[in-house]
Write a protein that binds this ligand. Structure first.
Ligand code: PEP
Length: 249
């Protein structure tokens, strides 16, 4: 039985002092033993955020890491730095990083392996553009992103990965995929993972939906058999996030 994961993606929002304030505001609202909860915060917020969630059910995630171990990579953050700071999850391959910062499938694969090597839980994003959806390329595109992301990753390691299906046309647009559209793709991702690995491994991998998930649509999306949680942008910065975490109440 896969435990649901409700992950907030704060993107480039909240200064360190604002982060502490938001975590305090959400503290009582995000208690739900039946789900895992994490906040993927900006790099500079990681240390105070880890401190602020101590003793709660919330884990902290990062929004990026670099795939080299250490060295002359000005501006980058390593997996060892994240684990030492107390980070549990790390996002990679978000469409904003693929689009604005030219993160490629090969980068995503290297980041995924580096994260796993350091005991971090990768949240690997994939998703199609509106043009790709309209021209019927969704499934081949998503499969190609999954294939590349998981390249040379063992079944044992693959089972630890979280995949986030985030249709680009639904991110930050207020346009949510219907629960049927989201389930159709998440189900195909699981089917493809079973082809790449085996059914047992595919059944262990958590697949999240992301794209304008909010307090109003979360319960229906999260009721789908292949949707194991949400990656939530805008609504993770508001007290509404507590309602998403408690979607089953
Ligand atoms: C995201 O960026 O991961 C996301 C899902 O954003 P939003 O919820 O704002 O669409």
């Amino acid at each position: 039985m896969r435990k649901k994961l409700i992950a907030g993606n704060w993107k480039m929002n909240k200064t360190p002092s604002e982060a502490k304030k938001l975590i305090a505001e959400l503290k009582e609202l995000v208690v739900n033993d039946s789900v895992d909860v994490c906040y993927c915060v900006p790099a500079i917020d990681i240390v105070p955020a880890v401190e602020a969630v101590k003793g709660t059910n919330v884990a902290i995630g990062a929004q990026n890491l670099y795939f080299e171990e250490s060295g002359a990579y000005t501006g980058e953050i390593s997996a060892a730095m994240l684990t030492d700071a107390g980070v549990k999850y790390v996002i990679m391959g978000h469409s904003e990083r693929r689009g604005y910062f030219h993160e490629t499938d090969a980068d995503v694969n290297k980041k995924l392996k580096k994260a796993l090597g350091h005991g971090l839980v990768p949240i690997m994003c994939c998703g199609e553009s509106l043009e790709q959806r309209e021209s019927g390329e969704t499934f081949t595109w998503i499969r190609s992103q999954i294939k590349a992301g998981f390249d040379a990753v063992s079944a044992e390691d693959a089972a630890k990965v979280v995949v986030a299906y985030e249709p680009i046309w639904a991110i930050g647009t207020g346009k949510t995929a219907t629960s049927a559209q989201a389930e159709e793709v998440c189900g195909d991702i699981r089917k493809f993972l079973a082809e790449l690995y085996d059914e047992t491994t595919a059944d262990r991998i958590r697949i999240l939906y992301g794209g304008s998930m909010n307090a109003g649509n979360a319960a229906e999306l999260l009721a789908q058999p292949d949707i194991d949680g949400g990656l939530i942008g805008g609504a993770s910065l508001k007290t509404d996030f507590g309602k998403i975490v408690n979607y089953d109440k």
